[in-house]
Design a protein around this ligand. Sequence first.
Ligand code: ADE
Length: 239
Amino acid sequence: MRFDILTLFPEMFASPMGSSILKRGQQTGAFEIALSNIRDFTDNPHRKVDDKPYGGGPGMVMMCEPVFRCFEHVAQAGPKPGRVLLMTPQGRQYDQKMAEQLSREERVVIIAGRYEGFDERIREGLGAEQVSIGDYVLTGGELPAMVIVDSVARLLEGVLGDEDSAKDESFSNGLLEYPHYTRPENYRNMTVPEVLLSGHHKNIEKWRLEKSLERTKAVRPDLFEKYKDNSKYQENNRE
Ligand code: ADE
């Protein structure tokens, strides 16, 4: 899979995307990241990429021309991008389901902006989907772009060491994950629940589901309500 990222600050990506699991995933060819600097696509003598908003108001707006030209340059090489994402707090909220959808694409283009926002014609003209990673405002779309790459890349085959580790986790079944423990059995008088030491797989599975439900109900009642409506929960509670 290939991610193309259009940004004014490609250097921000070097360390987070070049370390640990994501580094290995690129080395093994599971995915690649191509960074393009939007500022390389302006003819403006001062390399200006933003301007004052029509109608007045605070802040600066990212101009069409450098973004369109950068996008066209990127898109003409290689396969047609499956999805084009514009990072903005005005977007649809990103979630695990969207990460799973994106992981099935051959190519995804992510546009990260700075300033007050993008000229609306960028979204229209490039057929881009506006995506937000949460209800808070960051100084730019670079961190959100990295959140997307990270969450999608770890779903790709050959990126995580243990093939199973992306399956049995929070959100993949609509619930928060159960609690985990590792050695020692007793740490400062805090002990590991007996059932986990029992070796009884059915009981362990049952305990984990109970804990997942308990936790989700307490911390994320919105997810719990959704889960309740799905058939798995109905089946479990009929038994
Ligand atoms: N740019 C600034 N804040 C953002 C957010 N929450 N999500 C996506 N892009 C952003």
